[in-house]
Design a binder for this molecule. Structure first.
Ligand SMILES: Cc1ncc(COP(=O)(O)O)c(C=O)c1O
Length: 374
């Protein structure tokens, strides 16, 4: 049997990892500033993380949501504490798309309405509603097409107001910082406007935090910079440091009912153990502070390069917008300097490293970047 060939891949076989370093089958070391697409939050093979999963595996790996799983309650409590949203309610699933799918559905159950406001260049996942709310027609199959989603220009307050007056809006879904869209930071006033309009129109504010959340920006949710709360936060990527887990946290104003949402694998013992280990490390090692500090340092240094068009982002979610003539920079970083980075179209390098990236590793990147753009 062959693999279904949907990914353009680099000819590199990573077999080992430690912190922000990974190694291929020939023992070649790479600096990982991509984090396997923003997934590696506490570094590869963190010892506490490995032990917590290993210990749990020896106890029990899985049983269904038809029984009590105290680990879920422990996770909810810890997540409430670390995120500061202690009165929210947690529902667990397995991925970012599932998180957004459930959030959009829950919003519609809550207010009985259908229209979703999403934004140009947004990415929310590949399942039916999540992909319909994603601004990329190439990945929307005919069966996913719906007129329930309205795409508005990014951070346009007038367009938002008008849409609320023209439609019965169920929910507004927005990334605090667009990832796939090229590291575009939502303005604080725009997030505040969403809060006000959702309150006035009984609509649900959904903060897609799958990529920009989980401490990456220095705050637990990047939407927190605006000083307003969303009704639902969706999360995945960094939550399990590579173990597949996603979640939504739901404001107390939205009440649950049996059967409203459900999942087979979501919230299983192993996933909860992984997610607990991640939060324990984030808390014990002050990783949000480290993300703010090392990220702030990187952004400051990157802004000094004349050839860079723009540096965008917060903490360790950074976009380096490059001119056309430097289109090969990402490839050169990987193949000449052995540094993994991400990208966004047309020519943005995305840095999404582990939150415990050291200043020494940041400097190693800056040295290589200097050579590459010269
Ligand atoms: C902002 C955002 N939302 C949702 C998703 C979908 O997550 P997943 O690939 O886990 O389904 C992604 C993935 O890149 C994302 O960046």
């Amino acid at each position: 049997m062959k693999l279904f060939d949907v990914y353009p891949i680099n000819p590199i076989n990573i077999v080992k990892g430690h912190g922000s370093l990974v190694f291929d089958e020939n023992g070649q070391e790479y600096l990982d500033l991509y984090g396997g697409h923003a997934v590696i939050s506490i570094g590869h093979t963190n010892p506490h993380y490995v032990k917590r999963i290993e210990d749990q595996l020896h106890q029990i790996g899985f049983y269904s949501n038809s029984i009590e799983i105290p680990l879920q309650k422990q996770l909810a409590e810890k997540l409430g504490k670390v995120s500061g949203k202690e009165d929210y309610q947690l529902f667990l699933i397995n991925s970012g798309a599932e998180a957004n799918e459930n959030a959009l559905k829950l919003a519609s159950f809550y207010n009985g309405k259908k229209k979703i406001i999403a934004f140009k260049k947004s990415f929310h996942g590949r399942t039916s509603l999540a992909v319909a709310a994603t601004d990329n027609p190439k990945i929307v199959a005919p069966v996913n097409e719906t007129d329930n989603v309205i795409f508005l220009p990014w951070c346009d307050e007038q367009a938002l107001e008008l849409a609320f007056h023209q439609h019965e809006v169920s929910s507004v879904i927005i990334e605090g910082i667009q990832g796939v869209g090229g590291i575009q930071v939502a303005s604080e006033s725009f997030l505040q406007k969403i809060r006000t309009l959702c309150d006035e129109h009984n609509a649900v504010f959904i903060a897609d935090s799958v990529q920009c959340g989980y401490g990456r920006t220095g705050k637990f949710f990047s939407h927190d910079f605006a000083g307003v709360d969303a009704d639902i936060y969706t999360m995945a990527k960094g939550m399990g440091n590579g173990f597949p887990i996603g979640g939504i946290i739901i404001s107390p104003k939205i009440q649950p009912a049996y059967g409203m949402l459900g999942t087979t694998f979501g919230g299983n013992h192993l996933a909860c153990a992984a997610a607990l280990a991640v939060l324990e490390v984030i808390e014990q090692e002050n990783l949000m502070q480290n993300a703010a500090e090392v990220g702030g340092y990187l952004i400051g240094e990157l802004k000094k390069f004349d050839k860079v068009k723009e540096v965008r982002g917060r903490g360790l979610m950074i976009g380096i917008d490059l001119p056309e003539e430097l289109a090969n920079a990402k490839k050169d970083l990987l193949f000449k300097h052995h540094i993994f980075t991400g990208e966004a179209k047309p020519n943005v390098i995305r840095l999404l490293p582990a939150l415990n990236l050291t200043k020494a590793h940041a400097d190693r990147f800056l040295e290589a970047f200097k050579t590459v753009i010269q």
